[in-house]
Write a protein that binds this ligand. Structure first.
Ligand code: ADP
Ligand code: MG
Ligand code: ZN
Length: 496
């Protein structure tokens, strides 16, 4: 190795290979194999349970049709193929969060296989292969706490047991933490569009695990990988992978041998740490689930699901660019935030004649500023925004009925209170006076009160006309439209 290569940062000698596994909670009314409600957010522990999801002996599972449809819809949206029949398998292991001693999942015949997803990164578009998407049930939740007597106890809440989960696994096609983050963000948008999941990472509805390995630049064989979990935001996905790449590069650079293991991400310290040595899939002794029939997805069912798909994010961005004439940047920002998309669409629907770019500016500027100001993703600062009212506001500005500056004030109040734009404009007295009759009276008073300035204007002194316009603006408390005042002044002085 030459001196230059030896001096280069150690990470530059390796290429990262990254594959992502994502679990999302599907948006169904009931659990995967029983009738219990999936509405567990504020439910008392163990109040959403029945013999099936408690894993009691002698119970039998029943397949949730809606959950299957949501995975099939996701498969169609990512261009995956659906095998003519799929089946369920038992994944066997012991843990207190798994009362049956096995999880019903899918092993070699998933509901969707060989799809792909394309997304933008700072280096341009990237396409990742999606190996599979399958359906399974969630486990219970363990809570480790200290009881009243000061003893350390572990509690089990079975409300989450049996919730429907879709697992989506990519090929090891990704190369950077940013690509992995962007993939996860784009997949979330897709799932939201389909209505497959609410996919809120901070609520555990979307859990991202990253498999990371390195290989010397220019080689093909994969190195030993680690699997990183416990990232609870998109930002931490990117940070955790970047850390892991750096850690592995240093270890390999120092001649160490890496172990295949599962590592946790510590967001506060910004590091990954060993959790456990990784199991092989052999250890789970997968075998076909004897209590459920195999599943056949016939053509007609798949066609109906395909026909019911909404406009997907990529198609929407393309339409915004090609049909509405927006820039690629504006299209990406609008489609990247479901709230912004909804407000934009509703504004244009309410005022179809508006220039899309004018509406887009309001949404990407004022709307997102308020929505993001109230904490990432929460949108509380823009909770009152009604897209149709934004359309009305942009219309008023376009017609010169109120000034752009005043419109921002109106929008802020509307965003907080939800009051109709017209009422706010009237209440604050912001309507611009562009009515000739109303203005002529005021202008004539100003002319009569300022004979000196009038004489200067007649003598061709430009500043004097600015002074007169200013006097009219003052008399109308800024509500006069300056261009109209200017024209009327010249008219009254007989200068045209
Ligand atoms: P497991 O059954 O342990 O979850 P898989 O073979 O199904 O393992 O792969 C899981 C994920 O890890 C997939 O996203 C895959 O692309 C990725 N992966 C596999 N091998 C590697 C590797 N050497 N480096 C990085 N990612 C990998
Ligand atoms: Mg895995
Ligand atoms: Zn149940």
């Amino acid at each position: 190795m030459g001196a230059a290569a030896a001096g280069a940062p150690v990470a530059a000698r390796y290429e990262a290979v990254i594959g992502i596994e994502i679990h999302v909670q599907l948006k169904t009314a009931s659990k995967m194999f029983c009738g219990c409600s999936t509405d567990i957010k504020d439910a008392a522990p163990n109040s959403r349970t029945c013999p099936v999801c408690l894993g009691l002996p002698g119970t039998l599972p029943v397949i949730n049709r809606r959950a299957v449809e949501l995975v099939l819809a996701t498969g169609i949206a990512i261009g995956a193929t659906t095998p003519e029949f799929t089946r369920w398998d038992r994944k066997n292991y012991f843990y207190p969060d798994l009362p049956k001693g096995y999880q019903i999942s899918q092993y070699d015949l998933p509901l969707a296989a060989n799809g792909h997803l394309t997304f933008d990164t700072s280096d341009g578009p990237v396409t990742v292969g999606i190996r599979r998407a399958h359906l399974e049930e969630d486990t219970a939740r363990l809570i480790h706490a200290t009881d009243a007597a000061g003893r350390r106890v572990s509690l089990v809440d079975f409300n989450r047991s049996g919730m429907p989960l879709m697992e989506i696994v990519t090929e090891p096609d990704l190369r950077t933490g940013e690509q992995a983050r962007r993939y996860a963000e784009e997949l979330r948008l897709l799932l939201l569009a389909i209505g497959a999941s609410d996919a809120a990472m901070e609520e555990g509805q979307m859990r991202v695990e990253a498999n990371v390995s390195l290989r010397p630049v220019g080689t093909d064989a994969f190195g030993t990988r680690t699997e990183v979990k416990n990232m609870n935001s998109f930002r931490s996905v990117e940070r955790a992978i970047a850390f892991e790449i750096e850690r592995q590069a240093r270890a390999l650079g120092a001649g160490e041998v890496l172990v295949q293991e599962t590592r946790g991400w510590d967001d506060d310290r910004g590091i990954t740490y060993t959790m456990r040595i990784k199991e092989d899939s052999d250890d789970y002794r997968y075998f076909p689930e004897p209590d459920l029939p195999p599943l056949r997805a016939d053509r007609a069912w798949l066609d109906a699901i395909r026909a019911g798909l909404p406009e997907l994010p990529a198609a929407r961005r393309a339409r915004y660019r090609d049909e509405l004439g927006l820039s690629a940047y504006d299209a990406a920002v609008l489609v990247g935030d479901p709230g912004a998309t909804a407000v934009f669409e509703a504004a244009l629907a309410a005022e179809p004649g508006l220039a899309p770019k004018a509406v887009a500016n309001w949404v990407t500027g004022e709307y997102l500023r308020l929505a993001k100001g109230a904490g990432e993703g929460s949108g509380a600062g823009a909770s009152g925004v009604d897209g149709a009212q934004l359309g009305r506001l942009v219309r008023l500005v376009a017609d010169g009925a109120i000034s752009g500056t005043n419109a921002k004030q109106v929008f802020e109040r509307h965003a907080l209170s939800g009051e109709p734009v017209d009422e706010i404009v009237a209440d604050l007295g912001l309507a611009q006076i562009s009515d000739r009759g109303a203005l002529i009276g005021i202008i004539d008073e100003v002319l009569a009160a300022n004979p000196g300035a009038v004489a200067d204007v007649r003598a061709g002194k430009g500043q004097a006309s600015g002074f007169l316009v200013g006097q009219v603006m003052k008399a109308t408390r800024g509500q006069a439209q300056a261009s109209v005042v200017q024209a009327l002044l010249r008219e009254r002085l007989g200068l045209d």
